[in-house]
Design a protein around this ligand. Structure first.
Ligand code: ATP
Length: 285
């Protein structure tokens, strides 16, 4: 067993994950996770320096999970997402999607970023959503247009299909980015602090909408945040990472936490547990 795994606290629902790691299960096709991150160390190399972003990180995401990576600034959350998206190759370890090692970007993994400028401004909302479908040859133009319009309806932007991004609010632009990603029907939807630049009210609304979309569509989500509350609200499973370089601190089941349970004793107790685990000293191997 790796050091990272031995250091891991396993709490609540995370016992499921412990089973997924047991040697008896590793060869069984029935337990192949949607995403398997195994002992992954990620580095940025320049001529002068090597910056280690994560060290021997392991976790599994199952189909239909809302899996959250939570940790302090600089712990390597975005770098992990980049590696899963295929933009970065691990210095150590492996990342597998449905059992196949990831070697580069693909239409089966789409990222939604925080930035409002992720939509090309010269394309209408509909053209933005159609673009990856057509560019990846997932669908022809006519079918892509149909899929784009259907998906825009789902995120409440049907009336804005012919608008240009600069005429939309920040929340609306993020809805377009989500629609563009969901239209591709990815194996896993990757979201890198997608609501962090929004005001508090819009952020809350977008969290509600994302959860409603998940109820409706049942996609697999990997979501990065440094907000404990957002992690609890969005995630059914939350992976806590240590400060730079990111190592796994713990994994928690947060399926019972929701926007409606924020004042409850159980949710508050879990918030305290997360706080303690994030900020306590490194656990000895
Ligand atoms: N292109 C890069 N070149 C060199 N180092 C980088 C690069 N991008 C990130 N890093 C470093 O890698 C580490 C992890 O960065 P990363 O952006 O993944 O953290 P993060 O947890 O997503 O932080 P935040 O929550 O602030 O976005 C940091 O020390 C950062 O300085």
């Amino acid at each position: 067993m790796s050091i990272a795994l031995r250091k891991r606290h396993v709490l609540g629902e995370a016992s499921l994950d412990r089973e997924a790691y047991s040697p008896a299960n590793t060869s069984a096709a029935a337990t192949t996770p949607r995403l398997a991150v195994d002992n992954v160390t990620l580095e940025y190399r320049t001529r002068q320096h090597v910056v280690k972003a994560t060290q021997q990180v392991s976790f599994n995401v199952q189909e239909g999970d809302r899996f959250v990576l939570l940790g302090p600034s600089g712990c390597g959350k975005s770098t992990l997402l980049k590696a899963i998206a295929g933009f970065l190759t691990p210095a150590e370890g492996s990342i597998r999607l449905d059992g196949n090692t990831i070697h580069g970007p693909g239409p089966d993994r789409i990222v939604v970023f925080q930035e409002f400028d992720q939509l090309p401004p010269w394309k209408t909302v509909k053209q933005n959503v159609m673009f990856p479908l057509v560019a990846s040859r997932t669908l022809g133009r006519k079918a892509a247009e149909q899929r784009a319009l259907e998906t825009l309806e789902k995120v409440g932007l049907g009336r804005f299909a012919d608008a240009y991004p600069h005429t939309l609010s920040g929340g609306m632009k993020q809805r377009v980015a989500i629609a563009r990603a969901l239209a591709m029907r990815p194996r896993v939807l990757l979201m890198d602090e997608p609501f962090a630049a929004l005001d508090a009210l819009t952020r809350r609304k977008m969290q509600e909408e994302l959860l409603a979309l998940w109820q409706q569509e049942g996609f697999t989500l990997l979501f990065v945040t440094h907000s404990i509350e957002e992690a609890q609200v969005i995630g059914n499973r939350v992976l806590l990472l240590s400060p730079h370089p990111g190592r796994v601190r713990a994994e928690l089941g947060c399926a019972d936490d929701s926007l409606h349970s924020l004042g409850s004793e159980a949710t508050k107790a879990r918030t305290q547990t997360i706080h303690r685990l994030l900020f306590e000293n490194e656990v000895a191997p």
